[in-house]
Design a protein around this ligand. Structure first.
Ligand code: FES
Length: 140
């Protein structure tokens, strides 16, 4: 299990709302949207372009490679089965912490002790969900 790593301060995201950081050998794209911080693997799941150079739009990040749009809250690509891997994020006292192991199922995560130096607030686990198509009304 990896520890929580302080990767940036909230002030670092204030102007551009995105930032490339590293935790050990892992490159992480940070995004700030509507007051929440999100962390994703920087290398796009499609062809590896840097997601940290993407564009934020309506709760999504648009990859600069081929314009796939990933939901910031789930990592799910619009209209595609792929999901961008993300990391758990915590923010406290203006400091951003990331854990570089993939988000664990809730039962497993609850059993993991939190280091005393890590903040105890604002956990943002990344969930991978399937798109649900809206039901069309039947025309008679
Ligand atoms: S590399 Fe990201 S959409 Fe193709």
């Amino acid at each position: 299990m990896s520890d929580w790593v302080h990767v940036a301060d909230l002030a670092d995201l204030a102007r551009r709302k995105k930032k490339l950081v590293t935790a050990g050998a892992t490159s992480i794209a940070l995004f700030l949207d509507d007051g929440e911080v999100f962390a994703f693997q920087d290398s796009c799941v499609h062809k590896g372009r840097p997601l940290s150079r993407g564009t934020l739009l309506n709760g999504r990040v648009i990859c600069p490679g081929h314009q796939w749009a990933f939901d910031l809250r789930t990592g799910q690509a619009d209209d595609r089965p792929e999901c961008q891997p993300g990391f758990p994020v915590r923010v406290a006292d203006g400091r951003i912490w990331v854990r570089t192991e993939p988000a664990a199922p809730a039962a497993t995560a609850a059993a993991q002790p939190v280091p005393s130096r890590a903040p105890q607030t604002a956990v943002q686990p990344v969930q991978h969900v399937q798109h649900v198509q809206p039901v069309q009304p039947v025309q008679e």
